[in-house]
Design a protein around this ligand. Structure first.
Ligand SMILES: Cc1ncc(COP(=O)(O)O)c(C=O)c1O
Length: 381
């Protein structure tokens, strides 16, 4: 065998990260990097937050696994914490292990509860890689090699109220939207679009689902992004940083949806005690430190500063809180490589958008240094 055994993604040349703390990551030579997106939105609390680590260690020593047919106090504790942060109507939770699984559950719940086939999602949207979630995902390169996908999915232009209103009818089970499209280039929903999605789904008896896998848990300057618009959905999908870096997925819905649901759905590891312990600890830290406020403040500062970059190099700066996209006039790959050389690990969102998803706990000095590095590489690019 040549190279690492990973099937996908293919091996790349880059730092081999062996340790992390907050937004600092160290490679095996001892070099420090700053995480501006290396943790893919999982590390809102930074790497290996001590409270999350302690909760995992304690729970692992006590009870590593028990099936969901039995009550485990730590699961109840986590669910109570999560539901306590949601609007009162969203009080039923299905736990799984990843974002894509949480989306699958939302699609199944909506189809089953409404008895309808159709799912309306947005162009440029991203919802995951398993077949249902992939069918809701927009990008052709992600979809085409695996077709045929699940029938019944339609895509409308993001933020196009008329197209959405037209597409949603009495055969629609679910409208599934990201309040801020992350993978699709960091596009923020307009208040009118989300309000129209709520009004139209209610009018035709469809369900409205928000995919907050990337935007949830403080990232966009609110605990959940939808709070900003005051639009309460019927389903919220969470994952990524919900358990402070431990794998988890959550599909939060209403008692009405639960009551109307026919059939069954289950995940062996969904709601396992370790994930719940990590989740309860992560939510405690997020709430106690009001990390969404930090995301809002630092995000405003970063966007304001990036807004001064020359327009011949940068088309637009977008985002909310610490989910920031810098749309470049050229390809993003060389900029990411130049940032990595300088010790900053950021992310692409498509071929021309540089995406910043730093831990919400990032030190202000590290963020400032990261912005300076971006200014420098954009200037030279
Ligand atoms: C909005 C959104 N939904 C779903 C997913 C899929 O999550 P996972 O990779 O945990 O399956 C992602 C992952 O990036 C995402 O950003």
């Amino acid at each position: 065998m040549t190279g690492p055994a990973a099937f996908f993604p293919p091996p790349r040349v880059g730092p081999v990260i062996v340790r992390g703390e907050g937004a600092s990551l160290w490679d095996r030579t001892g070099r420090r990097f700053v995480d501006l997106g290396a943790s893919h939105g999982v590390g809102n609390l930074g790497a290996s937050h001590p409270e999350v680590v302690r909760a995992i260690q304690r729970q692992a020593a006590e009870l590593l696994y028990l099936g969901t047919g039995y009550d485990v106090p730590v699961r109840t504790q986590f669910l109570d914490r999560l539901v306590g942060l949601m609007p009162p109507s969203l009080d039923r939770v299905f736990l799984s292990n990843s974002g894509t699984e949480a989306v699958e559950a939302a699609i199944k719940f909506a189809r089953s509860a409404t008895g309808r086939p159709k799912v309306v999602a947005a162009m440029r949207g991203f919802h995951g890689r398993t077949f249902g979630a992939l069918s809701a995902t927009w990008r052709r390169e992600f979809r085409e090699p695996f077709e045929p996908l699940v029938p019944g999915f339609e895509h409308v232009p993001f933020n196009d109220v008329a197209a959405l209103t037209d597409a949603v009818d009495d055969r629609t089970a679910l409208v599934l939207l990201e309040p801020v499209q992350g993978e699709g280039g960091v596009h923020v929903a307009t208040p009118e679009f989300l309000a129209a999605a709520r009004a139209r789904t209610t009018a035709v008896g469809a369900l409205l689902g928000f995919d907050e896998v990337q935007t949830g848990v403080g990232r966009t300057g609110r605990m959940f992004a939808f709070e900003r618009w005051g639009v309460v959905p019927d389903l919220v999908v969470l994952a990524k940083s919900l358990a402070g870096g431990f794998p988890i997925g959550a599909t939060v819905t209403t008692e009405d949806v639960r009551r109307r649901f026919r059939g069954s759905h289950h995940s062996t590891f969904g709601g396992n005690p370790i994930a719940c312990a990590a989740g309860a600890a992560a939510l405690d830290v997020t709430v106690r430190e009001r990390l969404w406020e930090r995301a809002e403040r630092l995000g405003e500062y970063a966007r304001e500063r990036l807004g001064h970059l020359p327009t011949e190099k940068v088309r637009e700066v977008r985002g909310l809180g610490l989910l920031i996209g810098l749309e470049l006039r050229g390809r993003v790959a060389p900029y990411l490589a130049a940032l990595e050389e300088r010790g900053f690990l950021a992310l692409p969102a498509g071929s021309t958008v540089l995406r910043l998803l730093p831990p919400l706990v990032i030190a202000e000095d590290d963020l400032r240094a990261g912005l300076e590095a971006i200014e420098e590489v954009v200037d030279r690019g």
